[in-house]
Design a protein around this ligand. Sequence first.
Ligand SMILES: [Zn+2]
Length: 483
Amino acid sequence: MKIEELAPQCVWKNFYALTQVPRPSGHLEKIQQFLLDFGKSIGVETWKDNAGNIVMRKPATPGLEKRKGLVLQAHMDMVPQKVADSPHNFLTDPIPAYIDGDWVKTHGTTLGSDDGMGVATIMAIMADKKLKHGPLEGLITADEETGMYGAFGLKAGTVQGKVLLNLDSETEGELYIGCAGGVDVTATMQYMEIEPEEGRKAFRVTLKGLRGGHSGLEICEGRGNANKLMGRFMREAVLQCGAGLSQWQGGNMRNAIPRDAFVVITVDENKERKLKTLAKRCQTLFAEELNTIENGITLTVDKCEFPESETPEEIRDNLINAILACQNGVLRYIPTIPDTVETSSNLSIVTIGEGKAEFSLLVRSSSDSMKMYQAVSLESCFTMAGMKVDFSGAYSGWQPNVESHVLAEMRKAYKKLFGKEPEVKVIHAGLECGIIGAVNEGMDMISFGPTLMSPHSPDERVHIPSVQKFYDLILHVVEDGVE
Ligand SMILES: [Zn+2]
């Protein structure tokens, strides 16, 4: 069987067509033209806005003009990842998709089902001439994967519908009604270095073997944060061994939980044994505390070249205190939705050395006010340590509304179609809904999709039976409308 022949054919034939059009993030000319041509071919008003988004507008079936307008939204770009030995060129080559049992997969590349399934579905609904519906719009955004540039560039009023169905979730049977926004917090300090005392020895202490992970989706698991653990070691190393701090490097990406960190320190010659014992004790303690969450933590002490300079004692103490004091991990769960993180922070990157210190953190929250509260508390903490604090890259979350009409409608539809309740969730990571909702006030939004596995990787695949269920559900909502 060919991909174009899978059910529902109206969706899969579009998906197949999309696999033939190169569309890695940042290179969207071909897919934009393809979508413009498609709109023209089916006689639906279609245009490109200034941010590169493609918008389609299909008037209501006569008699249903008074219904609330529905906006069907997906993103056109895909993540270009491939296995090391793949000759695939994402700028020119079609995606080599194929069917394997219940799954559509590809040979050594990402598949682009994230979010090609959403785009293919919008195309199918726009092309369907038999469907009865209220005012319908399609919003196919540009460059979601690299920074949501299309959503950020969307102007108020570009779409007129008041209900948004975002088709970019990855598990059939789950309805998303909220997501986290974020803000980058950066604390910096400059200082004069001093010369380490003579007659001391230098060591590089390395903490490794943590799991790390996504600073939103995995922040609730209590995984070890390399900078926090190193902070605890350093406090003891100063108290017990009088350690001088010359360098600190931990973590490398703002949105990842830091997996490793190292420091370069100096101690009196007669403190070498004490330092090594302390490192062993800390390693055992951390392993015990994080038992079942982490395994394989190592904290090693190695002789290294004697550094030319180090931080003055007072600065060293202030920086270590700030690392220990700053909030990291989950601050609060959503009061109205059990077991769902609302606000968190991740102390991701710490760099100290050569007269400069810089700490990078990412704060996330589905509540904009809690996000700023968290950012400001971090600012207070770092300011007390004498650091300068900047906020940047702030974007809005999508605050869940358990009273949402579209949620009620979709719950009812899901139960009627499949005889069970869907799961209702809030994701602790960014979705375009947060940004689109921020420019279109009062929009009632929901996010759902068919089941995809391992998006953003060459193992990406779509579960074929979930596509029919997803399509049945969306048709039901389009035909019934939302109050
Ligand atoms: Zn996506």
